[in-house]
Design a protein around this ligand. Sequence first.
Ligand code: NAP
Length: 324
Amino acid sequence: MDLSAKIFVAGHGGLAGSAISRRLAARGYRNIIIRTHAKLELTDALAVRAFFEAERPDYVFLAAARVGGILANRDHPAEFIQVNLAIQTNVIHESWKAGVKRLLFLGSSCVYPRLCPQPMKEEYLLTGPLEPTNQPYAIAKIAGIEMCWAYNRQYGTRFVTVMPPNLYGPGDNYDLDSSHFLPALIRKTHEAKAHGASDVEVWGTGTPRREVLYSDDMADACVLVMNLDKERLGVLFPDDRPPLVNIGCGEDLTIREFAETVSRVVGFRGRLRFDPSKPDGMPRKIVDVSRFSKLGWKPRVGLDEGVRLAYEDFQARLKSAAVS
Ligand SMILES: NC(=O)c1ccc[n+]([C@@H]2O[C@H](COP(=O)([O-])OP(=O)(O)OC[C@H]3O[C@@H](n4cnc5c(N)ncnc54)[C@H](OP(=O)(O)O)[C@@H]3O)[C@@H](O)[C@H]2O)c1
């Protein structure tokens, strides 16, 4: 991507989109186009068409989505499938019509089958039943991957999907009704400490294993993908397979270990109280990063540092009332 290229970051205000925008700005890209949700409703096909016709971006990072944890997925399954299908369909289709050179669609590791072998390789896509707690969301994401592949085959586009594990970092969602497990742990542990509580509640048994990636590392990997030359892009995304690649840190921990890390960073000395009546989700989730690692990429931010940075951001946003 040329530094003057016109780059649309869809969902720039979110956890992933803000990290991508920061990374692009830090790398010297000076023609980044953004629209708030209020200014451009991406589920509105006509509005998205008008936007692409007017702006004609060269590159698109598609980081806008309806995202949430187990509770939000359970309570809003219709929104998770409808909103995500609509956003993807509109942005991918209009990107093709506007002649976008490359589009990067953010997928998610939850598209892999619930009981597929771990670590999860790209080729396990569509090889078994999905985790029921987020199936509508996962099916929307799978449709997005297929749509990129179909457009590449029929129209010769270069639309690719990057599959990160759970992300965390500045600008995360700390609303306990819709947040992912790590920001939820940060918030609950912070509040337990602030109220002098003797324990903090942790959902589930604490035994499921999860992998996380700091959002700025994810953004670095995405910008790298968009900058690959044609040959290396072709090696990473061969034409005869769905165009997806896993990114991650290559290590997983139990929920208990995450909770212990958060307690350490927050300075909470109380007990962890596990609530097994709450759903655990998939027993283990870690992506196989061997394909992407061949590019020599590694994340830079370790868990302790990442949680510390996320906690600092959470505290700053509490003070500025950006988190209620
Ligand atoms: N968070 C994770 O752990 C994680 C892990 C793997 C993959 N991903 C992927 O990364 C992508 C972004 O996730 P995220 O965590 O950054 O989500 P997020 O923080 O909730 O951000 C999503 C962004 O999309 C915008 N948006 C949502 N619906 C929209 C609509 N209808 N029209 C226009 N804008 C809309 C939101 O704006 P408003 O807030 O104003 O609605 C927000 O700026 C998703 O595709 C997700 O699958 C995330």
